[in-house]
Structure formats: structure tokens, C-alpha cells
Design a binder for this molecule. Structure first.
Ligand SMILES: *[C@@H]1O[C@H](CO)[C@@H](O)[C@H](O)[C@H]1NC(C)=O
Ligand SMILES: *[C@@H]1O[C@H](CO)[C@@H](O)[C@H](O)[C@H]1NC(C)=O
Ligand SMILES: *[C@@H]1O[C@H](CO)[C@@H](O)[C@H](O)[C@H]1NC(C)=O
Ligand SMILES: *[C@@H]1O[C@H](CO)[C@@H](O)[C@H](O)[C@H]1NC(C)=O
Ligand SMILES: *[C@@H]1O[C@H](CO)[C@@H](O)[C@H](O)[C@H]1NC(C)=O
Length: 379
């Protein structure tokens, strides 16, 4: 069989769920939790370990690798409640990552409808699992200092905060050092207040004003993002019959499933930078793509640009729009060493939710190893 080519797609958008509503919804609590993490990491005495991940080159196979026989068949999902007839096989269950510590990672796997033995395997990891995954993927927020600076610059350049707050942040905040002064804190608080009632994961998106479920959710559409869709996902994935069909929650946890749970309340480690890992992947010949939905205010495009600039890579293909259906799908720049940066126009943090068609085009180009088209003709 042909040697499997592995490439890595870095999801520069790591925070998991879209936020839409005010006050006490799971989403808002989560955005606050993440805001707190950002703040905590700037606090000298917070005790968060920020040292970069060390890639692990050899692991204890007895401890971490277990017999696979029969496992795939055991995880086969016969039918999901309410799912129409599908012509692909689906699997779901837990991958034990540390038996002694009692840790397992849930996966859902869908096989291609055809040529499943030769098509590439696409692995999508949501962030925030860095206490589990040893080396390659962690917090895809790339580099704290530039990410934080880029976030406030985005707020300023998108007319979300006052000139005074922006000036205060520039003058008094130093995101490369821990600890901050009162002037900096005051400016950050003003910025937080001004952005509080936005869906910060997609600053122009509507909010969900009524979380009651209707018998049928709105049909997903490329142009009309439904900000209430999270509530349907939440309701569905908390159904006992769904969990049973998916081989999920086998230990009967004492809390609900949430898109991004607060159950682990205390952060103990969160590396300040992923740049060494990106360099390591590139040095080993992996293709790295970093994409960024350009209406995300939490891990905005400015942050990602600053973080990539920090790597000081020579440019291979200069910045240009890329096209889909004779429209600009976003912008891209390719660096030597094989790193592609691509924005997705009009997409928030969860790029495929907000711009499914553009996200699909992006991933097709990534998988086929072809550059994003710089002319409308081939789009
Ligand atoms: C920094 O963290 C310490 C310990 O958690 C806490 O007592 C203190 O209030 C924090 N300082 C700021 C400015 O948040
Ligand atoms: C590997 O893990 C096994 C099982 O947990 C343990 O008994 C053994 O001592 C470990 N070996 C090393 C070299 O750490
Ligand atoms: C910011 O902090 C870093 C690390 O403490 C320090 O090296 C740098 O000089 C500071 N920058 C400014 C502009 O004060
Ligand atoms: C919310 O939506 C439900 C279902 O469509 C509806 O019955 C209810 O009246 C709505 N509530 C408000 C406050 O609009
Ligand atoms: C797991 O199942 C229990 C019992 O059915 C349920 O109360 C709990 O909310 C579920 N937890 C998760 C994380 O799905």
C-alpha cells in the first residue's frame, strides 16, 4: 500500500464553542472562564506552569499502548437516534490514554463512503486537551504575548473599544511580562466591558435570544448561521439513548455533557507558546496550515498574524486573496518550510459553522496539497 502521508492542520481557532447569549448560559460562563485564564496567565502568582511542551520521543509502551483486537468492531455505531439512513460506517468510543490515571479521550470516526482504504485520515482535535496529549497538539492559541496583543489590537481596529482604552493598553500593558499595573488593568477592564455583550467568537453574528427548542432546528445554511444551534447539540448529546448509541459516558458521570465544560476548574499548565512545536513539526517535513476565521475576536486574525511573524519565516508566496465561486474566500500567504496561513472571510472562531463552504474548500486544498487558488478561474 502507498505510504501514508501525514500532514497537520493547525486549528488556530482552539476555543470550542460559539457564544451567543447573555448571563448564565453555558456558553457565556465558558467565555468568562477563558477570559479568566488569559488574565490568570498574566498574574505572576497564579501558579500556572507555562513552560512549553517537550515533544516526547519515546513512550512506555506497556503503560500507554493496549491491545486493539476487536476494538474497532466494538465501537461501531449501528444507528444514531433520529439520524437518516447513511451510506458510511461510523464508530465512537473511548481511547484510553492513561489507564493508571483513569484518562480516556472520546472519539467519533466516520469512514469515507468510497475508497476508504486509500483516502487520507483526517484527525480533528479540539483544543484544551493539552493535560492528555503528549506532544503534537495542544493549545492552538499559538503564542501568549502576541495573541493577547493581537486581540486588543483587533478590538481597536474593529471599533469595539475606545481610543483611550487602546492607548492605555499600548502604553501600560506588557504582555511579555507577568504581572500588570493598575493602569493596564483599568484599560483591560474597559475593553472587557465594551466587548462583553458581543458574541466574541464572531463579532458580527446575531445572538440567541430564545433558547427554547423547536421540534425541528433551523436547517443549516451557508448564509444564515443559527446562533441557537448550540442548544440543540446540547440537548441531543445529553440524551441517554444517544449516549448509549455513541458508546459515550460509560461511567455515568455526575454532570451534563457540555461543549466546553467547566468541570476542571483549575488550570495547572498552559504553555506560553506553541512555536517550538510548530518548528519541530516543520523540521520533520510536515505540512502545516494555520487558518483563521476573520470575524473571531477571541483568537483573532491579528493574533495569529503576529504569532506567525514571530517565527520570522521567509515568505514563499506573497499575500493574495483566494477564491471560491468567484468570490474572495479569504487571504493567504505561504512561508518557506511549508507553513500556509489562510484566513476565511466572514468566519468566526468555529470556521466550519460560520462558513461551511469556504471551510470545505480550504480543507480540500489542504488534503490534496494544492495551494489555494489565486485566481477566480480555477476556483
Ligand atoms: C493573582 O493571583 C493570586 C493568587 O491566585 C491572587 O490572590 C491575586 O488576587 C491575583 N492578582 C490579580 C491582580 O488578579
Ligand atoms: C512502564 O509501565 C509499566 C506499567 O505501568 C511499569 O510497570 C513499568 O515500570 C514502566 N516502565 C518504565 C521504564 O517506566
Ligand atoms: C516587557 O517585559 C519584558 C519581560 O519582563 C521586558 O524584557 C521588556 O523590556 C518589557 N517591555 C517594555 C516595553 O517595558
Ligand atoms: C421562545 O420560543 C418558543 C418556541 O418557539 C416559544 O414558544 C416562546 O414563546 C418563545 N419565547 C419568547 C420569550 O419569545
Ligand atoms: C452521563 O450519564 C448520567 C446518567 O445517565 C447523566 O446524569 C450525566 O448527565 C451524563 N454525563 C455526561 C457528561 O454526559
Amino acid at each position: 500500500m502507498e505510504k501514508l502521508k501525514i500532514s497537520l492542520l493547525v486549528v488556530a481557532v482552539f476555543l470550542v464553542i460559539s457564544l451567543s447569549t447573555v448571563a448564565a448560559t453555558p456558553g457565556k460562563r465558558q467565555s468568562q472562564a477563558l477570559g479568566h485564564l488569559y488574565k490568570k496567565k498574566m498574574n505572576r502568582t497564579s501558579g500556572i506552569n507555562k513552560t512549553p511542551f517537550k515533544p516526547i520521543h519515546s513512550i512506555n509502551k506497556t503503560r500507554y499502548i493496549h491491545l486493539q483486537e476487536g476494538m474497532k468492531q466494538k465501537d461501531r455505531i449501528q444507528k444514531l437516534p433520529g439520524q437518516p439512513r447513511v451510506r458510511f460506517s461510523q464508530y465512537g468510543g473511548y481511547v484510553t490514554v492513561d489507564k493508571l490515571a483513569g484518562r480516556a479521550l472520546y472519539y467519533y470516526f466516520v469512514e469515507a463512503q468510497h475508497s476508504k482504504d486509500s483516502l487520507p485520515l483526517l484527525l480533528w482535535l479540539n483544543g484544551e486537551t493539552s493535560n492528555w496529549l503528549n506532544d503534537e497538539i495542544g493549545n492552538a492559541v499559538i503564542n501568549d504575548e502576541t495573541d493577547t496583543k493581537g486581540m486588543y489590537d483587533y478590538f481597536e481596529s474593529h471599533a469595539l473599544i475606545s481610543d483611550e482604552a487602546a492607548f492605555g493598553i499600548r502604553k501600560y500593558c506588557n504582555f511579555s511580562s507577568e504581572g500588570s499595573n493598575d493602569e493596564c488593568i483599568a484599560a483591560l477592564e474597559e475593553a472587557d466591558k465594551d466587548t462583553y455583550y458581543l458574541d466574541i467568537y464572531s463579532i458580527y453574528a446575531p445572538l440567541c435570544h430564545n433558547s427554547s427548542l423547536t421540534p425541528q432546528p433551523k436547517l443549516p445554511s451557508v448564509t444564515n448561521f443559527d446562533p441557537c444551534s448550540d442548544y440543540y447539540v446540547y440537548a441531543y448529546l445529553n440524551r441517554g439513548d444517544v449516549q448509549e448509541a455513541m458508546h459515550a459516558n460509560v461511567t455515568k458521570l455526575d454532570h451534563d455533557w457540555e461543549p466546553c465544560s467547566n468541570i476542571i476548574g483549575e488550570w495547572r499548565d498552559s504553555p506560553s507558546t506553541m512555536i517550538p512545536i510548530l518548528r519541530e513539526l516543520m523540521a520533520n517535513g510536515l505540512r502545516v496550515w494555520v487558518f483563521s476565521g476573520d470575524t473571531d475576536g477571541r483568537v483573532p486574525v491579528t493574533s495569529t498574524k503576529y504569532s506567525i511573524n514571530k517565527m520570522k519565516l521567509p515568505v514563499k508566496t506573497r499575500w493574495h486573496p483566494w477564491y471560491l465561486d468567484a468570490e474572495v474566500g479569504g487571504y493567504t500567504q505561504v512561508y518557506k518550510g511549508d507553513l500556509t496561513f489562510a484566513t476565511v472571510r466572514g468566519a468566526g472562531h468555529q470556521v466550519p459553522s460560520y462558513q461551511p463552504k469556504r471551510a470545505l474548500s480550504l480543507i480540500k486544498h489542504f488534503l490534496s496539497g494544492t495551494p489555494l487558488p489565486d485566481t477566480t478561474i480555477y476556483a
